[in-house]
Every structure is written in structure tokens, then in C-alpha cells.
Design a binder for this molecule. Structure first.
Ligand SMILES: NC(=O)c1ccc[n+]([C@@H]2O[C@H](COP(=O)([O-])OP(=O)(O)OC[C@H]3O[C@@H](n4cnc5c(N)ncnc54)[C@H](OP(=O)(O)O)[C@@H]3O)[C@@H](O)[C@H]2O)c1
Length: 312
């Protein structure tokens, strides 16, 4: 393996923890700088995963962490802005810092997670525009010194995801009717196992240098179809009612001002663009409907056991 010692930025998140375990199985040395390493106890049993407590938004700390590594994978991203941090800071300025850290340490390989439909000029939301700008930056600055690959997934599903689990949590609490915003938005959900296998396979593959890969699952569903399937497989009884555009917008305006920001105007704008691919590239073959059909029901022994494990 030419690129063997990897810094995994965003390694504490959903994609990051799954990717770290995959890379560790394949014999890579993985360093994960993160804010709260104590939350990743399960990683510490792997001898080739190293957790380092650090503020990666600080350029000097980031550059220091990347020292003596061969490659960097950047998964850092946010879905909502907060008072402390903006999309621009995380998706654009931070990307410049990552490129700088690579250049200072003479690291030649950089992999970067973008999003499907990310587009600097025409993205329908600030999330998609800043994601697109960050991706363009990496490919532009990368041309001279770096071998760059980027990934553009549709929504990612799998155990511990925030997509299925978020709707599951809302459906569980819904009494009678669940009003669903943007019911006709379309997705090609992609399985986390396929995503991390694909990323891992590109690290040492020269054919992937300078490429941008859209990652879609084999099926396309509307949001309403997805939520209906979650409802059925989990055995909930509420009625899902798709809201018209004006009410979807109103829901975003109301919910974005509440704690937790369950749904924002920027999320609403992202949903105005279908998160689907032009064709099935075949990289990520796992079926979302098959996954949903096998979700356990809330009072199954499996579910009770999972709930118990979350508490310990
Ligand atoms: N999941 C999806 O469906 C999906 C779809 C398309 C694209 N993506 C992209 O894929 C990437 C990974 O997604 P994910 O689902 O794994 O997200 P996630 O679970 O929210 O993880 C995000 C990671 O970024 C880190 N991060 C965010 N803001 C940070 C900050 N200010 N300082 C330091 N670290 C920060 C988080 O660290 P902490 O743990 O310390 O917060 C975490 O490690 C993101 O770039 C996302 O935009 C995801």
C-alpha cells in the first residue's frame, strides 16, 4: 500500500466511525482527531486506530496532526448552521486549511466528502452551494500538488444513521397524523457499507485521482414513500399527510426557530433539488427497501436489546 497512514477528519461521525472500522480491518493506520474522543470508546480496542483530542479548526493543530501521514480523508460537514459555526467556515474555509496542512506536510493524497447536487453556482441551498465550493476548491488547489478524489452521496442509510432514525423518532411520537414537508422530493438512498467500501477501495487506486463520484443506491423513492415504508416496517399506525409547498415552507420557518432545529429553511431549499443520479453507476448496490423491510419493530426482543445497549 502506497498510502497507508491516514488522518480521518470527521472520524467521530456516522460515516467516519464506519469508515475507520473498514480501514482498520484492511490494515491501514488511522488517526482520528476529534473533540470528544471519550465518546468513541469502541474504537480504542483497534490497535491501528488512534484517537487524538484536538481542535481541527485551528490551523496549527491540524497541520501538526497531519505530520508523518500519507493521506487525509475529510468527512467534516454540518447540516445546519449555528450561532457558533457557519456553512462557509466548515465547508469552505476548513477545506482550505486541510489543503494547507497537506501541502505543509508534503502529503500527496486527499479524499473529500461532498454531497449529491452540491454546486457552487446553482445549488438550491447554502448547504449545497458551500459543499460545491469546497469540492471545487479541493480539485482546483489539488491539481498541482495533490491527488484528489471526492464523493457525492445521496442520503446515506444504515444502523445509526440520522435519516431513518430521525423519521422513526418522529413517527414514534406521532398521534393520528404526521404532516410531512416536501413529500415529493426524491432520493436514491445509499448504504453506509457500500459507501465506506467504495471510499476505501479508491485510496490507492490511481484511476480515481481527480475524479468526483456520485454515490446513489439502486432505487429511487419520494420522501413520502420512504416515510411510509419506515412506518410500515416499524408497525406504527399514524396517517402520513404530504403538505403542499406553502405549508412545507411554513413548517420550516417555525421549526428552525425552535431548539434542535428539526427542519430549517435551508433544509427546505435542499429538498427542492432531487437527490438522485442520472444513471445507476453500480458502485453501491444495496437495497434501501430491503433494509427497511427488515427493521425490527419497537417491542421485538431485538429492539428492546438495542435500546438496552444504548443505555449502557
Ligand atoms: N449522512 C448522509 O446522509 C450524508 C449525505 C451526503 C453527504 N454527507 C456528508 O458526509 C460527511 C459525513 O456525514 P455524517 O453523516 O458522518 O455526519 P456526522 O455524523 O454529523 O459527522 C460529521 C463529522 O464532522 C465533525 N464536525 C462537524 N463540525 C465540526 C467542527 N466545527 N469542528 C470539528 N469537527 C466538526 C463532527 O465532529 P463531532 O463528532 O465532534 O461533532 C463529525 O465527526 C459530511 O460532510 C456530510 O455533509 C452525508
Amino acid at each position: 500500500m502506497k498510502y497507508q497512514k491516514i488522518v480521518l477528519l470527521g472520524g467521530s461521525g456516522f460515516v467516519g466511525t464506519n469508515l475507520a472500522l473498514k480501514l482498520s480491518q484492511q490494515g491501514y493506520q488511522v488517526t482520528i482527531p476529534c473533540r470528544r474522543p471519550h465518546r468513541l470508546r469502541e474504537m480504542t480496542v483497534r490497535p491501528n486506530i488512534k484517537l487524538v483530542q484536538a481542535n481541527i479548526m485551528d490551523q496549527s493543530q491540524l497541520t501538526q496532526i497531519c505530520k508523518d501521514h500519507d493521506a487525509v480523508i475529510n468527512l467534516v460537514g454540518i447540516l445546519n448552521e449555528s450561532r457558533k459555526v457557519s456553512f462557509r467556515r466548515v465547508h469552505v474555509d476548513f477545506v482550505k486549511s486541510v489543503v494547507h496542512a497537506c501541502q505543509t506536510n508534503k502529503i500527496k493524497r486527499l479524499l473529500h466528502m461532498s454531497a449529491l447536487q452540491a454546486n457552487q453556482a446553482s445549488g438550491s441551498s447554502l448547504y449545497l452551494r458551500t459543499k460545491g465550493e469546497g469540492e471545487n476548491l479541493i480539485h482546483t488547489f489539488g491539481q498541482k500538488d495533490l491527488f484528489v478524489t471526492s464523493f457525492q452521496p445521496s442520503v446515506i442509510f444504515g444502523p445509526g444513521d440520522s435519516f431513518v432514525n430521525r423519521f422513526d423518532g418522529i413517527l414514534k411520537l406521532s398521534l393520528g397524523i404526521f404532516p410531512l414537508a416536501c413529500p415529493n422530493s426524491r432520493f436514491a438512498p445509499v448504504f453506509i457499507g457500500d459507501v465506506v467500501s467504495f471510499i476505501a477501495a479508491t485510496i490507492n487506486d490511481p484511476d480515481s485521482f481527480s475524479k468526483r463520484y456520485p454515490l446513489c443506491g439502486p432505487e429511487t423513492w419520494t420522501l413520502k414513500q420512504i416515510v411510509e415504508q419506515i412506518k410500515q416496517s416499524r408497525g406504527y399506525h399514524c396517517k402520513i399527510v404530504g403538505m403542499p409547498n406553502s405549508l412545507s415552507k411554513l413548517q420550516a420557518v417555525v421549526l428552525q426557530s425552535l431548539p434542535g432545529k428539526l427542519f430549517t429553511m435551508d433544509n427546505y431549499r435542499s429538498l427542492q433539488t432531487d437527490s438522485t443520479c442520472d444513471q445507476d453507476y453500480g458502485y453501491c448496490p444495496s437495497s434501501f427497501s430491503h433494509y427497511l423491510a427488515h427493521l425490527s419493530r419497537p417491542n421485538d426482543p431485538r429492539s428492546l436489546y438495542d435500546d438496552y445497549r444504548k443505555q449502557i
